[in-house]
Each structure stands twice: as C-alpha cells, then as structure tokens.
Write a protein that binds this ligand. Structure first.
Ligand code: ZN
Length: 114
C-alpha cells in the first residue's frame, strides 16, 4: 500500500463532505464543497421506496463535480426519487452535467469492503 493518490484524496474529501451532510439530515447544514469554491455540497437519493436503499449523490453546483455511492440508505424524512423515476424527474433533482468522480481503488489486492 502506498500513499493516497491525489484522486484518492479528492474522492475521500468528497466522501467526508457527503457523510457530514447525510449525518445532519433531515436537518440542513452547509458543508463547503471540497473543490474549494465555498458553495455547499448538494445531495440527492434515488432509492427503492420499500427500504430506501439505493444511490446517493453529492455534488457542487459550482465546479459541477461530485461523487455517488451505491447501496446507500436515505435518511428518514429526506425526499427521494424512486429507482424507476423518469429521466426528467432525475434531471430535476440531479443536474445532468455533473462530472461524477470515479471511486478510486483503496486496496492493492482487490479487497471488497462491503
Ligand atoms: Zn464547489
């Protein structure tokens, strides 16, 4: 294992910011985006309405970048989209032009952390 690469650090910073926002939900807190423009991190969830598990998105409206996490549970009281939402419904919640950063590999031997 070497040191974290720049892309890993960037992704981890986004993951930390995402966690901070999610931890406060359904309360609203402003977590500045890790890219440095000071705008708040935005989040949205596209989930199975039954168990509220699905994909969580976090992004910045300034730099138009973010991350997404799968198998994530949307906190209670937070608006979500169903997994079968239309493209229009999705685009209304998650901007279509966000550049979602690929999740960097964190283990050298392909270990899955799930
Ligand atoms: Zn930003």
């Amino acid at each position: 294992m070497g040191e974290m690469t720049e892309s890993q650090r960037r992704w981890e910073a986004w993951s930390d910011a995402f966690s901070a926002v999610v931890g406060a939900l359904p309360g609203q807190i402003e977590v500045p985006c890790p890219e440095g423009d000071g705008r708040p991190v935005r989040v949205a969830f596209v989930v199975d309405p039954e168990d509220r598990v699905g994909v969580g998105y976090a992004w910045c409206d300034g730099e138009r970048v973010g991350i997404f996490l799968t198998r994530m549970k949307a906190p209670d009281g937070v608006p979500t989209l169903p997994v079968d939402a239309s493209d229009e419904e999705l685009a209304a919640m998650v901007p279509e032009d966000i550049d979602f950063l690929p999740r960097p590999r964190t283990a050298d031997h392909g270990q899955d952390t799930t």
